[in-house]
Design a protein around this ligand. Structure first.
Ligand code: ADP
Length: 390
């Protein structure tokens, strides 16, 4: 089955065409500056498609060049917020599209863009099966003790203010890969997975299910990220508000100017590590704060899962930065965790163990592949729906 995987942002659209059976990527691309251009007409000063429909025309042209006469069988969308309703990938129809739209207030930057992508495809290819794969869905198993904030119930009932968690597609995919590497049925996988990319979150898995995760109501809570602060005392926001900061200023401060960028002046882990190695004390502090925060979460989640059978690193930093893994590993001696310096520094694209034989908990590096997971989920939903393929 050929699946077009779409990750639609407010001004960008990432796409990949996957052959699900062979796990291969036939083509992929990124369309940027959607809504900022004039479609190349007129004076042509500004590039970029006018809207998501026009972006889709560009995707179609790019795909056609590669596929020729082969036809797409389905489209899988990464949808950021599934709220409390969606715990599984679903076949999209008008009602589902409206339900995703109703979740817009919970993910104002992301869900509207997802809906634009879905509608653009429904107009262009009316018979194409479309599947929504939700970033929050894997965390629908969080127990109430983990998803509740200690605030009056009306905030939850009237506004849906609770912890949802994100990166679910990645955490679920990596859970299965890690269990397989350890030769465990996934139902017996108790562990901690650290997804460390530009956005970062850590999840506690019990019996292969998410029982706690560091991102909350939005993807801002939890770890120190590229440009996001992660956890902080909420009174800081009140303080800034009283000092005259607008909500937009505070939003931008915490989501775009904090994290590694705020501490070290750079949001790219490679640059921060290089700067620290060259003696930059701000970069060293950023790494210390980020690795300490993660180590604390790992300790807490070891308790949450009743004793982790594995600690797993994934995503850009988790898969590639042996320096950052070392900083985290050396703070986990109390758990009996011991990284093997040689295995840790080896470069590889394979899932692997990087701890010593004496380590009480094995530490793994497992590459994530969200597009593959979305393509496979899409194929599974379409096959089980009994829809005839186009
Ligand atoms: P996104 O959340 O955008 O998908 P990624 O998973 O691609 O992010 O991760 C981006 C982060 O991974 C950046 O901080 C980048 O510096 C880091 N990274 C990527 N490659 C390497 C590498 N070889 N060594 C260290 N860090 C890396």
């Amino acid at each position: 089955m050929l699946v077009l995987v779409i990750n639609s942002g407010s001004s960008s659209l990432k796409f990949q065409v996957r052959d699900v059976a062979s796990h291969s990527i036939l083509t992929e691309g990124l369309i940027e500056k959607i809504g900022m251009g004039n479609g190349g007409e007129g004076d042509g000063e500004i590039e970029g498609p006018r809207d998501h429909a026009e972006a889709l025309e560009q995707v179609d042209a790019a795909i056609h060049e590669v596929l020729g006469d082969r036809k797409l069988d389905a489209v899988g969308h990464r949808v950021v917020h599934g709220g409390e309703r969606f715990g599984e990938p679903v076949l999209i129809d008008n009602e589902i599209t409206r339900a995703i739209e109703r979740l817009n207030p919970l993910a104002p930057l992301h869900n509207p863009a997802n809906v634009l992508g879905i509608r653009a495809i429904a107009r262009k290819w009316p018979d194409m099966p479309q599947v929504a794969v939700f970033d929050t869905a894997f965390h629908r198993t969080l127990p109430e003790q983990a998803w509740r904030y200690a605030v009056p119930d009306s905030l939850y009932t009237n506004h849906g203010i609770r912890r949802y968690g994100f990166h679910g597609t990645s955490h679920e995919y990596v859970t299965h890969q890690a269990a397989a590497l350890l030769d465990l049925p996934v139902e017996e996988f108790d562990g901690v997975i650290a997804h460390l990319g530009n956005g970062a979150s850590v999840t506690a898995l019990r019996g292969g299910k998410s029982v706690d995760t560091s991102m909350g109501f939005t993807p801002l809570e939890g770890l120190v990220m590229g440009t996001r602060s992660g956890d902080l005392d909420p009174s800081i926001l009140v303080f800034l508000g009283r000092t005259g900061w607008s909500t937009e200023d505070i939003d931008s401060l915490l989501n775009r100017e904090s994290g590694l960028r705020g501490l070290a002046g750079n949001n790219d882990m490679r640059s921060v590590v290089e700067a620290s190695e060259a003696g930059d004390s701000r970069a060293a502090t950023a790494l210390a704060v980020a690795s300490y925060r993660l180590a604390k979460y790992i300790g807490g989640y070891h308790v949450a899962v009743g004793g982790a059978k594995a600690l797993v690193f994934t995503a850009g930093i988790g898969e590639n930065s042996h320096q950052f893994r070392t900083l985290v590993g050396e703070k986990l001696g109390a758990l009996g965790i011991e990284l093997d310096a040689g295995l840790n520094s080896e470069r590889s694209k394979e899932a692997r163990v990087i701890s010593t034989a004496a380590s009480l908990i094995p530490v793994l590096v497992v590459p994530t592949d969200e597009e593959r997971a979305i393509a496979e989920a899409t194929a599974a939903v379409v096959n089980s729906s009994g829809r005839s393929l186009t």
